[in-house]
Design a protein around this ligand. Structure first.
Ligand code: G4P
Length: 283
């Protein structure tokens, strides 16, 4: 699903988040492990308002593992409980329940001291569009869960998914807006397909991705497309990809937009390998 954000949408999303946050003990925020800074909502710290915080590095199957580990440390140092996950294949999901208990240990202890035993902690999922919220909820909740809904004392209409004896999850995730005022973040969101492709042509995106890859993963393009890409410019590399992929338009000219689309699709599907687009403290 692609989203267009306007000020009205943002205000509505913000209000919905503020209402939902009142009902929960812990926010489980999803980011894309390939862009853990750019896919993180800029305003969630204010919205979270002192609630326990868990950060899920989702799509970790697509990201560069050693950089993911650096990001985990970076966010742990900022006070988050962090887990890396591949929601599509369910990898890492099992750890989440334990992390929720850890993140809410103060509240659980407070309840216990007041004689309240076994009150489940309530969690909500939040993140920008396409980060994998629905996939995560399906994978996390699995088939074992039961919907509880409309409980006394809970806002009418809210549905809760009972995940275990100890955890209930709000079944509608909070949809957060991306960092679109930051051009650099916007570009990375476009590389991963998180924001509308129309903002950049595939040609533009491909040229910028080739530049990034040449600097950070220098052997990837040459190896994947079987081309000699040494000492040539980004647009010449794209021409070589076009020729290799048979993207030729009338007049026997390489079709660079089509080749650009192939390159971006190959990147998004991780056919080029596990690639992370940003490192901690290097933005
Ligand atoms: P959202 O609710 O946050 O908007 O995201 P959603 O779950 O719809 O996921 C968006 C896309 O990301 C989906 O791909 C989904 O399969 C993919 N995805 C989610 N989590 C992961 C993950 O951990 N790893 C990988 N590799 N992909 C993930 P799609 O192409 O839109 O759909 P589909 O063809 O996969 O069904």
């Amino acid at each position: 699903m692609q989203f267009q954000w306007y000020p009205g949408h943002m205000a509505k999303a913000k209000k919905a988040m503020q209402e939902d946050i009142k009902l929960i003990d812990v926010i489980i925020e999803l980011v894309d492990a390939r862009i853990p800074y750019s896919s993180k909502n800029p305003d969630i710290d204010t919205l979270a308002n002192g609630k326990a915080r868990i950060l899920i590095m989702n799509k970790s199957d697509l990201a560069d593992n050693s950089i993911t580990d650096k990001w985990i440390k970076y966010y742990e140092d900022k006070g988050y409980f962090v887990v890396k996950i591949d929601s599509k294949n369910g990898k890492g999901i099992k750890a989440v329940n334990g992390v929720i208990q850890k993140a809410c240990s103060k509240k659980i202890e407070r309840d216990r001291r007041r004689g309240i035993l076994n009150r489940p902690v309530r969690a909500m999922i939040a993140g920008i569009p396409n980060v994998g919220k629905s996939t995560f909820i399906n994978s996390f909740a699995g088939k074992a869960c039961t919907k509880t809904g409309n409980k006394p004392g809970v806002t009418k209409g809210k549905q809760w998914i009972r995940l275990s004896k100890n955890v209930e999850l709000l079944d509608t995730p909070g949809i957060l807006w991306p960092k679109f005022e930051d051009q650099n973040a916007g570009l990375k969101l476009a590389f991963t397909g998180a924001i509308k492709d129309e903002l950049y042509s595939f040609y533009e995106l491909a040229i910028l991705l080739i530049k990034f890859l040449s600097e950070n993963y220098p052997s990837v393009i040459g190896e994947f497309y079987q081309i000699e890409d040494f000492g040539v410019s980004e647009s010449e590399i794209l021409e070589l990809i076009a020729i290799r992929r048979g993207c030729i338009k009338s007049g026997a000219k390489p079709d660079l937009d089509k080749a650009g689309r192939y390159l971006i699709d190959d990147f998004r599907a991780s056919r080029l390998g596990k690639i992370t687009l940003e490192k901690p403290n290097c933005d």
